[in-house]
Design a protein around this ligand. Structure first.
Ligand code: ZN
Length: 384
């Protein structure tokens, strides 16, 4: 085996490891020191969320719905015999927040628990957002979250294709994720829902948070209004994020409704993610109007837009990226970015790299476990 001699003289003694040992050492470091920190409060937050689902149940498990009439009845602040203050022609905007669609992307969990608790227990004379909104907050894959894993049997956010869901209902394909996807489909296809915000995090660090969804004018307007990120990675309506699969946001957009997928930095509990969740919720509830037809686009922050120009499929376990790539790392056309058993992998374009994958590897450098469909993507600035 080729050995890369590396020495840390700054520590006063040399540490010499070969390439594979470095990967192992890094893995151990991440597991022993960073991993517990990134998931320290998940169990408590899941328990708190579960309690809220018992107090304010939605029409599917692991989801909370907050509506004015329900809350008035709970708090007994209002004589419910007089009905809701909201008439039918002023139907509140029903916003659905998704969190933990991938079980290890826990950054949304604690801030959403706090937001739900705040709405349910309003302080003093602060106007309740439930005068103009109703909310459903759901956890996509809490079972995977308990195990600090992306999924249990398959990627939940790739199984929303109607045919696939039909196969699940009739028992042809049954995984814990396909059952959960059917419940979430039930929630999202309710005619009462108006806007879907799906909160995610990336596997590797990211130079910045970013929206990622199919181009659609209404979704873009909402993304600009909420300012969860300054960047949008987008694609044509015909182009799937993952060919042959459908995400929850794509399912919602197929209904002609706006859906935003927001990537809030690297996975795990983080101040960055908490700040973003708080910001978009505050922006949402302080909008002067939710009628996007009267919004003046000049008043909205513009988005820097990127389109995907290349994706490198993860053809076999020998495919490997060079270490050190993050989301939005710059690459040049022709640059060697990795290798496989067939030789070097070159970037075919100038651009930035997205969704780099570094799965664990065995002693021969072969990727272990189920392979991701892609090793990386290349983006360029511009419209799809
Ligand atoms: Zn995700």
């Amino acid at each position: 085996m080729k050995t890369e001699k590396m020495m840390w003289e700054g520590f006063g003694f040399p540490i010499i490891l070969d390439g594979v040992s470095w990967v192992t050492a890094l893995f151990v470091f991440l597991c022993c020191f960073l991993f517990p920190y990134a998931y320290a409060n998940v169990e408590k937050d899941l328990q708190d969320f579960y309690k809220l689902t018992e107090q304010y149940p939605a029409n599917i498990p692991w989801a909370v719905t907050l509506k004015k009439k329900v809350l008035d009845q709970k708090n007994k602040n209002v004589d419910v015999s007089k009905g809701s203050m909201i008439s039918d022609d002023q139907k509140p905007l029903h916003v659905v927040f998704g969190c933990l669609m991938h079980g290890d992307e826990v950054g949304c969990l604690n801030p959403l628990v706090k937001i739900i608790q705040q709405i349910a227990n309003p302080a003093g004379d602060v106007p309740s957002p439930l005068e103009r909104f109703s909310f459903t907050f759901f956890l996509g894959n809490p079972e995977a979250a308990k195990a600090h894993q992306r999924f249990v049997q398959e990627d939940l956010n790739r199984v929303f294709d109607p045919k696939r869901l039909a196969d699940s209902v009739c028992g042809k394909v049954v995984t814990s994720e396909s059952k959960r996807a059917e419940q979430i489909r039930h929630l999202l296809t309710d005619p009462d829902t108006d806007l879907f915000i799906d909160l995610h995090q990336t596997i590797e660090p990211s130079a910045q948070p970013f929206y990622i969804f199919r181009w659609d004018p209404q979704s873009v307007l909402w993304a600009r209004a909420l300012q969860g990120a300054k960047v949008l990675v987008t694609r044509n309506a015909e182009e799937s994020f993952s060919p042959g699969n459908l995400s929850a946001a794509e399912l919602f957009q197929d209904l002609g409704k706006p859906a935003l997928t927001l990537e809030m930095g690297q996975k795990g509990e983080s101040k960055e993610a908490a700040d973003i969740v708080k910001k978009i919720f505050s922006r949402l509830t302080h909008l002067s109007t939710v009628d996007t037809n009267v919004w003046k686009t000049r008043d909205l922050k513009s988005l820097q837009t990127f389109k995907r120009v290349y994706s490198q499929s993860f053809e076999d376990p020998s495919f490997q990226l060079k270490p050190g790539f993050q989301n939005f790392s710059s690459v040049r056309k022709g640059q060697i970015v990795g290798s496989s058993s067939k030789g070097s992998l070159h970037s075919p374009y100038d651009g930035v790299l997205l969704f780099p994958k570094y799965p664990p590897r065995d002693s021969k450098g072969q990727a272990q476990g189920p392979l991701p469909s892609q090793l990386f993507q290349i983006l360029q600035e511009g419209m799809p």
